[in-house]
Design a protein around this ligand. Structure first.
Ligand SMILES: Nc1ncnc2c1ncn2[C@@H]1O[C@H](COP(=O)(O)OP(=O)(O)OP(=O)(O)O)[C@@H](O)[C@H]1O
Ligand SMILES: [Mg+2]
Length: 230
């Protein structure tokens, strides 16, 4: 019982098959099983094409496995319709992607505020947006447009946007790939702090060997399989 409470997501025998226009079906994931611990930083590491994004999308209910099951917060979401998945994502999940994709015509503040509005947040939005931008160290850049921010600052706005509605889980797909290593490390430290101080569960992908040290839990992927776990 105690053990169950500490697991945020379980993937059980997950395979993901892509039917190909030509040739045989392609298996991007082959019988993958894993536990994502609650309130920890989990890293999915592996080379380009190893299946990190495919796995993350399935764990975050953006995609469905061809075989196997996903238990999210204790519920088997595998058979859920898209409406239910979408509601679950809105309430419990935040995504950060490699290419930041802030809305260019909105300031940092407005970008976060807009996302918070879409989530149906019913508290004081201004206060929450300011709090989130403070958490990522951008209090002094709230009125900057995305083009007036550095790459690392833009990524931090994207993190503020992803955490604003207080999701239980943040999925970050290669959030450091377009940053230099010092700025990348800064971004990873923000995730660590979110885990330690705010009890968020973070799942992050990277191909960077350096970050593997930092994760509480690290899964190594190769050709669609987990080859090691620490
Ligand atoms: N829609 C698709 N149809 C066919 N094959 C796909 C599809 N999406 C992904 N793949 C294949 O599945 C494999 C895993 O892809 P995935 O995007 O999960 O890799 P990744 O580890 O995230 O790589 P990267 O580090 O480059 O982002 C790749 O070999 C890719 O070519
Ligand atoms: Mg990827």
């Amino acid at each position: 019982m105690e053990k169950e409470r500490q697991i945020m997501i379980e993937g059980r025998n997950i395979s993901r098959c892509f039917p190909m226009a030509q040739g045989e079906d392609f298996y991007a994931l082959k019988n993958v099983s894993l536990f994502i611990p609650e309130e920890k930083l989990t890293i999915l590491r592996g080379r380009s094409g190893s299946g990190k994004t495919t796995l993350m999308n399935i764990l975050g209910a953006l995609d469905k496995p061809s075989e196997g099951q996903v238990f999210f917060d204790g519920e088997d979401i595998t058979k859920w319709e898209e409406d239910a998945c979408s509601l679950m994502r809105r309430q419990k999940v935040g995504f950060v992607f490699q290419s930041v994709a802030l809305i260019p015509m909105m300031t940092a503040f407005e970008n976060v505020e807009y996302a918070l509005r879409l989530s149906g947040w019913d508290g004081d939005r201004k206060e929450r947006v300011e709090e989130c931008l403070r958490m990522v160290g951008l209090s002094s850049r709230m009125n900057h447009m995305p083009e007036e921010l550095s790459g690392g600052e833009q990524q931090r706005v994207a993190i503020a946007r992803a955490i604003a509605h207080r999701p239980k889980v943040i999925f970050a797909d290669e959030p450091t790939a377009e940053l230099d290593s010092a700025t990348g490390l800064q971004v990873v430290k923000i995730f660590q702090r979110l885990v330690e101080e705010n009890g968020v569960t973070v799942v992050m992908t990277t191909h960077d060997v350096g970050f593997a040290e930092i994760g509480d839990k690290v899964f190594e992927l190769e050709d669609g399989e987990i080859v090691s776990e620490r």
